[in-house]
Design a protein around this ligand. Structure first.
Ligand SMILES: Cc1cc2nc3c(=O)[nH]c(=O)nc-3n(C[C@H](O)[C@H](O)[C@H](O)COP(=O)(O)OP(=O)(O)OC[C@H]3O[C@@H](n4cnc5c(N)ncnc54)[C@H](O)[C@@H]3O)c2cc1C
Length: 414
């Protein structure tokens, strides 16, 4: 985030996060990338002990009473360590806890938010199923209402924390006869005998997050673990898409940042044809483009975070958050691509961390809703917004300003 926009309290927190990031041993980063660590509990325990997670939540639940702008700053700084660190930091504290803070009871906050933010327990978010992730409303996991509990059956796929988490936020169908958006509910499910991590995925990057396929077989969930209102899980899903996508975007900037810094230092020293390669515009212009893309991304995150903090209309937020996720992830992927390119062959090796960052960031445009799904949302919201603006006649009708604007016989639409 831009330093000059942060106040003293935010700068203090930024420095605390940077200290934390510096304290993580490189052996942990390397072990994660080698899949030697399945889920980084030590990292999360330490983040909790330093009170760095969930800074926008009220203090009574373990947060710091700050805002979305601050959250994005924290996510960028944690992202510097590696994408999967920011992911495991974010999934529990910024996604699952967000849902419980906004929709949960005080008992749920006491039991599931407070210890998580203190780094004592861990959580995972379960949306995606083997039959598909983009079509959330096609969920087939079911929760049948019984006397004092619900019985959950189904599967969820690619769940970060599938190995490692103590509890799961699970969406399941509770009214199969209702239209999907009126028949899904959300549950807090403790890890128990009926919850089985059935398959641990081998990943291109972002390793060490315990991403697995979870099977829920006759899992008894007490009624007090229903989150929000029965059959209204969609309301929770809608609010969660803010931390899911805005948080992802912010942490992507942090994850890309070291690649640009490494490439800048390298190209300033590396010589070809008797001169530092940074003297060649073919090199320095790629570095310039990467720096511009990262700052452009920060600007987009800043304004979207401000919009969320200001509580503007949810449709507008939906569009801005989706645009941020799409623009920032693609910009950061391009920035890392440039960083590798200007380093030549050595950038492709594990002598420098750029290759790991490149592998990690490939995921950015796939998870938390693919960028195609982001485009679908953006198009949907933009058409509604633009056409209603036109109908309201509040702005100048520029169409009238063409020389032949009134040649109506030429304006054919069918
Ligand atoms: C490492 C990793 C970690 C993950 N962590 C989690 C997690 O913790 N929790 C969780 O719930 N999920 C998680 N996911 C799942 C992730 O969010 C999904 O993979 C993603 O949403 C896409 O779903 P899918 O893989 O089923 O692809 P599909 O939905 O099968 O999509 C396949 C392709 O079709 C395109 N497509 C689908 N519908 C449309 C449409 N209407 N218009 C245009 N194109 C379309 C998609 O963009 C994609 O290119 C993770 C995934 C990975 C790989």
């Amino acid at each position: 985030m831009f330093d000059f926009l942060l106040n003293q309290e935010q700068l203090k927190l930024r420095d605390e996060v940077r200290e934390f990031v510096k304290s993580i041993p490189r052996s942990m980063i390397l072990a994660m990338d080698k899949d030697e660590i399945q889920f980084p509990k030590e990292f999360l325990r330490e983040a909790g002990a330093r009170n760095l997670m969930g800074c926008r939540y009220p203090r009574e639940w373990g947060g710091r009473g700050m805002d979305w702008q601050t959250t994005c700053m924290v996510m960028e700084e944690v992202g510097v360590l590696g994408y999967i660190f920011a992911c495991t930091f974010g999934v529990g504290a910024e996604l699952v806890c967000d849902a419980i803070i906004l929709h949960g009871t005080d008992q749920q906050k006491e039991r599931y938010v407070k210890p998580l933010l203190a780094g004592e327990i861990f959580a995972a978010e379960c949306l995606t199923e083997p039959r598909g992730g983009s079509d959330f409303f096609g969920t087939t996991t079911t929760a049948e209402e019984r006397d004092d509990h619900f019985l959950i059956n189904g599967q969820k796929r690619f769940i970060v924390g599938g190995e490692g988490a103590d509890y799961f936020l699970v969406y399941a169908v509770t009214d199969p006869d209702a239209p999907a958006h009126k028949g899904i509910s959300c549950f807090i499910v403790d890890r128990s005998e009926g919850v089985k991590s059935d398959y641990l995925y081998g990943l291109m990057g972002c390793r060490g997050g315990g991403a697995s396929r979870l099977v829920f077989k006759d899992v008894k969930v007490p009624k007090e673990n229903l989150l929000g209102t029965l059959n209204q899980g969609v309301a929770i899903f809608n609010t969660m898409m803010i931390p899911e996508r805005l948080g992802t975007a912010a942490m992507t900037i942090g994850a890309a940042r070291p690649a640009l810094e490494v490439a800048t230092t390298y190209t300033a020293k590396r010589k070809a044809f008797g001169r530092p390669v940074a003297d060649f515009q073919g090199v320095s212009f790629q570095v310039a483009e990467a720096a511009t893309l990262l700052d452009g991304s920060r600007a987009m995150i800043q304004v979207t975070a401000q919009a969320v903090d200001a509580g503007i209309h949810p449709n507008r937020i939906r569009r801005m958050v989706s645009q941020s996720k799409k623009f920032v992830t693609e910009s950061c992927q391009k920035a890392v691509h440039n960083a590798m390119q200007v380093m030549g062959g050595i950038g492709y090796t594990n002598i420098y961390p750029v290759e790991r960052i490149f592998r990690d960031l490939r995921l950015a445009s796939i998870w938390t809703g693919t960028n195609e799904v982001m485009s679908m949302i953006i198009a949907n919201e933009w058409y509604k917004e633009c056409l209603s603006m036109k109908e309201s006649r509040l702005t100048r009708d520029m169409e009238e300003d063409a020389a032949e604007a009134h040649a109506m016989d030429e304006k054919i639409f069918e």
